[in-house]
Structures are given as C-alpha cells and as structure tokens.
Design a protein around this ligand. Sequence first.
Ligand code: CP
Ligand code: NVA
Length: 309
Amino acid sequence: MKKDILTILDLTKTDIDDLLNRAIELKNLQKQGILFRPFIGKTLGLIFDKPSTRTRVSFEAAMIQLGGTPLFISAKDTQIARDEPVRDTARVLSRYIDCLAIRTYSQSLLEEFALFSSIPIINALTDLYHPCQVLSDIMTIVEKKGRYDKLKIAWIGDGNNVAHSWINAAAVLGLDLVLACPKDYYPDEEILKRALERGRGKIHLTSDPVEAASGANVLYTDVWASMGQENEHKERKLVFAPYKLRGKLLQYASEDVIVMHCLPAHREEEISEEVLEGPKSVVWDQSENKLHMTKAILEALIGGKSVVL
Ligand code: CP
Ligand code: NVA
C-alpha cells in the first residue's frame, strides 16, 4: 500500500529512526562523491501554492541526485486554478508520476489529494504542519548532540505550522518540548490534546520565553507572521517583541545550546543578527539537511531500484 506523509503522526518512532539513519548515510555517500541513482525513470511532481526556496530546491535537487526527474507544477497554471476538482487532478496525476509533494494552505486539500491518489503524497508545508522540516531538524539535532531524547527543546514564538509538527514529533519520539508563545498565539488546542493523549514525551506550554529558554539545549524560532498572515505582520511585531531570540535570552540556556530557525529569517524581528550569525547558530547545516532528509523520505516512499535496460 502506498504511504503518505501528511503529518508526523503518519510515522512511527521506528519509521523516524530509520529515516534519520538513512539520511545520515545518504549525506555521507554524497560527501564521499559516490553517485547513487535508484530513481532513473521516476518522476516527482511538486505542486506549490505558496513561495519556497529551500523546500522546493531541496526536493528538486534530491530527486535529480537520486537519478529521477522533478516536475514543478505551478498550481495557478493548472486546471486546479479553474476549479477542476482535486479528486480528478489527483487521479490523473497518479497515472503520470511516482510521487507528489504539495505546498498549500489547507491541510484538508492535501488529505483529499492523498485519498484520491494512488501515489505517495508528501506535505511540503500547509497552514497546519511542516513535517519534512521538523524531520530534517531532528537530523540536525542528532548530528550536533548525538541524540534527540534527554534534551530540552524550546520553541520560542508563534504556535504555528512548524510548532505543530514539533508537538507531533514530541508525541511520537518522546521529546522534552517546551513552547513559549503569546497567549493568543498558542498552538492549536486539538493538535496539542491529541499529542498529549499519546502519553509520550513532555510537552509544556508557557507564555514566558525565559522559562522556556532556561536550561534549553535547543532554542528554535520561526517567523512571527507565516505565509498567508502578511496582513497581521504589523500587529504581530508588537505582540511578539518579548519573544525575540537575542543574546539576553541565550544567557538562560544551557552552555551547549544550539540555535535553530527553519528560515527564511527576519533579522531583528524573531531573531537578532548577532544570534543568527553567532557561534551557537546551526541554521546553515539545518538548511542543508533538508536535502539529505528529503532523499531518505523519497527513498522510503517511492522505494524500489530502477533497472536500466
Ligand atoms: N524552511 C522552509 O520551508 O523554507 P522555504 O519556505 O524556503 O521552503
Ligand atoms: N511558519 C512559516 C514557515 C516557513 C518555512 C510559514 O508558514 O510561512
């Protein structure tokens, strides 16, 4: 049966551990200059309804490096923009390509794609989740710290799509996660409730950034206004000001803290230039790992070795 990754809850702890190990192996292969092309003749479609630099290019590069072909499909240039039903598009594309990564607004649109496609569907970001981002972030944490458990991971800022994927990851992997968000910008209650019901991991919510940062091994932030929230930007800048990741906040963290940001970053908003470019920041390695984790994800979903005749 085909497998989709619509949220991190689609994966077990074993699935994620396998992806982490494989992504690290694939990174090593690439660093040694070893060509690995299992996807000759395979095609990955990318339907993007929102802008992207890292996710789009890392998916495209991953597919090319694995010997396959990425096919970028601008949603506005398809019949989706002229209201062709998702269920029709999904069934037609399934006849042409081997896997489909989608970046869009609504999680339910993604779910509809998954329901009517016979090929794997990957969430490349929705308003609700960004699972592939968090999987590659966990790979970076494992690289830097040798583990993902027994670490205090602190999310500082908006309770947004990336935060939701962290909550899901905490529930599946048993992470120690604390999120500091302004009260009106807490993560979605249902998502939090479902994660807590799994009984795995310590997930704690606060509105105090200092409480979250104290003793943290990982400090993570993201933009204050996500794509689609541009008209709230001005108001959010005022509310979120105390949540800026700056030197003063870093002083409360553990000596060995690493600073993460999924990027794009807004310097002197959610993060200071000094912290983003400082010695604790791992954001460039974090960005690179999106490529390696994407390869592991594609391999797990598309699978199979191609035969060249
Ligand atoms: N982190 C991330 O998803 O970046 P892009 O929006 O550039 O893809
Ligand atoms: N929360 C951000 C993540 C960007 C990668 C957004 O959705 O715009």
